[in-house]
Design a binder for this molecule. Sequence first.
Ligand code: ADP
Ligand code: 5GP
Length: 185
Amino acid sequence: MSERPRLTVLSGPSGVGKSTVVAHMRQQHPEVWLSVSATTRRPRPGEQDGVHYHFVDHDEFDKLVANGELLESAVFAGNRYGTPRAAVEQRLERGEPVLLEIDLQGARQVRQSMPEAQLVFLAPPSWEELVRRLTGRGTEPQEVIDERLAAARVELAAEPEFDTTLVNTSVEQVAAELLTLLGVV
Ligand code: ADP
Ligand code: 5GP
């Protein structure tokens, strides 16, 4: 545990390996708490409601926004995503570290509302490798891949806004670096 647990944001282009790195890290350290976002995106095969996301429709998402229940929210590649506020605040009040895996727009909102947050950018070893990973995942049709790659160009250009950059060459190594940044090891 670090002396001052705080909120850590992990961002990076779609397909860079954020979920893979976080899953690897939590396999070894299940105590690392990751916020479960709300989204209007449809579940991918294997994704469970309440575990990977809270899958909601547009009306439910509107209500979360209207009631001030989201810490931040964004539209990404045609779907809406947001971080439920209450669970994050409870953990920070208890002095426990919090990890958010969110996009660039969300990271910027967190920087505004919580300047003490640490912002970590996960970068691909190369553009070609990012394309390979996003395509190889096989979870999206080509037009969605193209939309996500267009967003990736914007996200990669924003890397200097982050406090730390980790290059995802080795999942094991990045997971270890992230654990250190979180103050868990
Ligand atoms: P994100 O959560 O950032 O959208 P994923 O975790 O879904 O990305 O990873 C996208 C694809 O890249 C997956 O097929 C995953 O297995 C693969 N991947 C992740 N990290 C690496 C890595 N270091 N080397 C090779 N492939 C990787
Ligand atoms: P995916 O659809 O691949 O799960 O996620 C698409 C993008 O949305 C990724 O960059 C992911 O980090 C981001 N994302 C997931 N949850 C949230 C959230 O609660 N807020 C924001 N702003 N982005 C999110």
